[in-house]
Write a protein that binds this ligand. Structure first.
Ligand SMILES: [Zn+2]
Length: 259
C-alpha cells in the first residue's frame, strides 16, 4: 500500500478565517491538499481539490467567495492530471472519499468514471440547501452530478472500514460542516496517519484549542478535534491537518510516498 500527498494549488486568504478572532487581515496562503491511496484492492482518492475551472475562469466559477479565498492552481495541479504523474489514470480510481462538498474539496467529482463517491448523507443535504453563511462555499455544479454515490449515515457508520481489512477507516467528524468525514490510514511501515481535512485546519486548531474561523457548529468541531488529539497523544497517530502552510512543508509530496 502506498499513500501519495498532492497539492491542488493554494488559497490566498487571511488568518482570521482559519483561527477565530486571531490575525485579522494577516495574509495566510494555505495549501489545498488531496491524497491518493494505492491499496491492493483498489485505488482511493481522499478529496479532489479545486475544479479545473479555477485555472482560467475562477471569477465566474467561484464568484464572491474569491474575496476570502482566492485559488491559484495550474492545470497540472488539477487532481485528474496530478495523479497521472504517479502512473494512475482517472479510470483506475475505485473510490473517491469526499471529506465534505466545499469547493476546494469536491472539484474532481464526475471525472473518475469507475469510482464510487463516498459522502455523508448530512453533507449531501446541507450542500444543496446550505445556511446563508456557507452558501458561497458550495458550488452546486461541482457536485450535482449523476455519479455512483455511496452514502454513509453519520455516527451509525462511524469508522467505516472501506476494504474490511482495517487499512482505511472513514471517521465521522462533523463540525466544520454537518457531514464532514476524515480518514484513518494504517500504513504498514509509516504507521497510522489520520487525514483530518477541514475538521482541523492547522496545528494550532489541533494543539492549542484555537477554533477555526468558519464552522457550522463550534461544539461539534471541538468534539471532533478532541478525537484527533486522543489519537495523536494516546495512540501515536500522525494527524495531517487540512490547510496548514507550515505543517504541509514537512510532509513528503508526490511522487514521493508513504508506505
Ligand atoms: Zn478546505
Amino acid at each position: 500500500m502506498r499513500l501519495y500527498m498532492f497539492e491542488a494549488g493554494v488559497l490566498k486568504s487571511q488568518k482570521q478565517y482559519f483561527t477565530l478572532n486571531q490575525g485579522y487581515g494577516d495574509t495566510f496562503d494555505v495549501p489545498v491538499p488531496f491524497f491518493l491511496i494505492d491499496h491492493p484492492k483498489g485505488k482511493v482518492l481522499f478529496d479532489t481539490g479545486n475544479a479545473l475551472e479555477v485555472v482560467n475562469n475562477k471569477e465566474e466559477h467561484w464568484g464572491g467567495v474569491l474575496a476570502a479565498y482566492d485559488p491559484v492552481m495550474t492545470e497540472e495541479q488539477w487532481c485528474v492530471n496530478a495523479i497521472k504523474k504517479v502512473g494512475v489514470e482517472p479510470e483506475d480510481i475505485s473510490y473517491v472519499i469526499l471529506s465534505h462538498l466545499h469547493l476546494d474539496h469536491a472539484g474532481g467529482v464526475g471525472h473518475f468514471p469507475n469510482a464510487r463517491y463516498v459522502v455523508q448523507r448530512d453533507e449531501m443535504h446541507f450542500a444543496y440547501v446550505p445556511d446563508s453563511y456557507m452558501k458561497g462555499a458550495y458550488i452546486r455544479k461541482d457536485f450535482d452530478k449523476d455519479v455512483d454515490w455511496m452514502i454513509l449515515e453519520g455516527w451509525e457508520q462511524d469508522r467505516f472500514d472501506l476494504f474490511g481489512d482495517g487499512s482505511i477507516e472513514i471517521w465521522f467528524t462533523p463540525g466544520h460542516t454537518p457531514g464532514h468525514q476524515s480518514i484513518l490510514v494504517n500504513l504498514p511501515n509509516s504507521g497510522p496517519m489520520f487525514f483530518a481535512a477541514d475538521a482541523c485546519y492547522t496545528k494550532s486548531n489541533l494543539e492549542d484549542g484555537v477554533l477555526p474561523g468558519l464552522m457550522w457548529s463550534a461544539g461539534e468541531t471541538v468534539k471532533s478535534v478532541e478525537r484527533m488529539r486522543y489519537l495523536q497523544e494516546a495512540r501515536g497517530v500522525k494527524v495531517v491537518t487540512g490547510h496548514d502552510p507550515e505543517s504541509w512543508k514537512s510532509v513528503k509530496q508526490a511522487p514521493e510516498y508513504y508506505d
